[in-house]
Every structure is written in C-alpha cells, then in structure tokens.
Ligand binder design. Structure first.
Ligand code: NAP
Length: 170
C-alpha cells in the first residue's frame, strides 16, 4: 500500500491532489505548481466538477481517492453575490461543505481559500488566526463557512491577494 504524506507537509513523496476551480487564477497557478513539484494532480474546472453538486463531488473524490483536496472554486463576483445570496450560499458555503464532508470520509486533507472580505478592512495590524470575521458581504460570509471534516485535516486560509501574503487562517 502507498504511504500517505502528512497533510500539507513538504517531502519527497508525491501527493495525489484534487484541485477544484482549476481554470481560475489561483487554480491555474496551483495546478502548475503542484504538477511541477511532482505531485499527481487532478484538476477540475467548473464544467468538469460543480462543487455545489454533492453527488458529483462524492463521485469524483471517491473515484480519485486524493491525499488532499485544494478548493480554488468560488463565485468571486462580489456584486453578484450581494444580489444573489442564494447562489453565493450554494457555491461558497455548500460547495466547500460538500468537499469537506466527502474528504473527511475518504481521509483526504482539505485546503480552502477564504477571502479578505471576511474582514472589514479596518485592522491596522496583522490579523491573527483566531480573529473573528467581520465582513458583511454575502460572498465573504459564505466563504467563511465552517467545513466539516471528522479527521480535522482542514486548513482555511484567507488571502489578501494572489501575489500577497496570507492574512489569516483557521
Ligand atoms: N485571486 C486573489 O487575489 C484572491 C484573494 C483572496 C482570496 N481569494 C480566494 O481564492 C479563491 C480562488 O480565487 P480566484 O482568484 O482564483 O478566483 P477566480 O479566478 O474567479 O476562479 C474561481 C474559479 O471557480 C470556478 N467556479 C465558480 N463556481 C464554481 C462551482 N460551483 N464549481 C466549481 N467551480 C466553480 C470558476 O469557474 P467559472 O468562471 O467557469 O464559473 C473559476 O474558474 C476564492 O475563494 C477567492 O475568494 C483569491
């Protein structure tokens, strides 16, 4: 049986990584990075896997049995999320929940990107991991949703920008 690498640890053993939202800005970069690092990458764009579709998520994770799932899929149209909070909830809250639920059952770790919109932008110093979210935009609220994962192998990180540093994780 293949040895599984510790969640998100660096090392010489290649990981099987399932990346959602693979044609987005972050998704494309991670597909390239993980592939170049020697990991076995299963990249799913929106057409290939809708994370709001619980059955599809179940089918693909069960079939691929990845060591880690990296969720780069999101509805990032902040104005659209404000006018259509139901869709925002489906994609940005239930989608990650679907991934977390199935990943927990299969023993996969999950990396989920949140957004700096979970904060109100008034902080004057670096925000610690335990800081309560303060954003009011539906996209942000949905993106901050908790993902269930019985194994506890879930990392949620909020990025300020793709080129910048992480501002918080929980
Ligand atoms: N880029 C940044 O600087 C930045 C900063 C902070 C946080 N983040 C977070 O990082 C994550 C990725 O951001 P990004 O910049 O890469 O966004 P992006 O370029 O808009 O990519 C998001 C991808 O998700 C796909 N998608 C939308 N709904 C989906 C669904 N239901 N199922 C599967 N895929 C779906 C989109 O495909 P379609 O376009 O075909 O719908 C798109 O390819 C987001 O959670 C975002 O909030 C990014």
């Amino acid at each position: 049986m293949a040895t599984r690498r510790a969640p998100f640890a660096t090392g010489s053993n290649p990981l099987k990584i399932l990346i959602t939202g693979a044609k987005g800005l972050v998704g494309r970069a991670l597909v390239d990075h993980c592939s170049a690092s020697g990991d076995e990458v299963f990249g799913y764009d929106h057409a290939a896997l809708d994370i709001a579709d619980a059955r599809a998520v179940e089918a693909e994770i069960t079939a691929r049995r990845p060591d880690a799932v990296i969720n780069c899929a999101a509805w990032t149209d902040v104005d659209g999320c404000e006018t259509n909070p139901e869709k925002a909830e489906q994609v940005n809250a239930l989608g990650p929940e679907n991934l977390g639920t199935v990943a927990a059952r299969s023993g996969a770790s999950v990396l989920h990107f949140s957004t700096d919109y979970v904060f109100d932008g008034r902080a004057t110093s670096p925000i610690p991991e335990w800081f309560a979210t303060t954003g009011s935009v539906p996209h942000a609220a949905a993106s901050a949703a908790t993902m269930p994962n019985a194994s506890g192998n879930v990392l949620v990180t909020a990025m300020a920008s793709a080129a910048g540093s992480s501002s918080a994780s929980s």
